[in-house]
Design a protein around this ligand. Structure first.
Ligand code: HEC
Length: 142
């Protein structure tokens, strides 16, 4: 799908969700849901920090936060938890794929930011937040 068409769907989506939640349900154990929620709050804090650093012209720092907190470097952080508390392996493959896509988008942003390419970094920041939106609009856990 073209990016514009994808965004149009997302913009129109809330009206459809108001009556009934059309998102697919992923059945995660309560422990995995708790891990996911913690991770999500960390994601939001990271995005907030990244935008603050970009606004201050600190591109390299923004890139470092993105890589450490959201990027490929942040994958597999739950591997030492008991299986019951790990959200990744419990996700349907399509949902898990969106999670991996998000990590990759964060690393692509990090590369552009660390290289000091502001226009490319801003474009890729948009692609990163689109990866958050794509999963939230497709999947729910309760
Ligand atoms: C692979 C799917 C997926 C991706 C990608 C994803 N999320 Fe989430 N997120 C979820 C799910 C599922 C929940 C609901 C968790 C719940 O209700 O227990 C959630 C919940 C949240 C919440 C609410 C936490 C709370 O309960 O207070 C925030 C904030 C959030 N996500 C931020 C983000 C941000 C920012 C990104 C992108 C950097 C992101 N998420 C990427 C699946 C995803």
């Amino acid at each position: 799908m073209h990016r514009a068409a994808a965004l149009a769907c997302l913009v129109l989506a809330p009206a459809a969700f108001a009556a009934e939640d059309m998102r697919q349900l992923a059945s995660l154990t309560p422990a995995a849901q708790a891990t996911l929620r913690d991770e999500m709050l960390g994601n939001l804090r990271a995005v907030n920090e990244i935008i603050g650093l970009l606004g201050a012209g600190k591109l390299a720092e923004a890139g470092a936060v993105a890589e450490t907190e959201l990027g490929i470097a942040a994958m597999g952080r739950n591997r030492l938890l008991p299986m019951d508390a790990r959200p990744g392996p419990q996700m349907p493959p399509a949902m898990h794929r969106l999670g991996i896509d998000g990590h990759q988008a964060a690393s692509r942003f990090a590369d552009a930011a660390k290289a000091g390419d502001q226009p490319l970094a801003l474009q890729r920041l948009g692609e990163l937040t689109t990866s958050c939106v794509a999963c939230h609009h497709a999947w729910r856990v309760r």
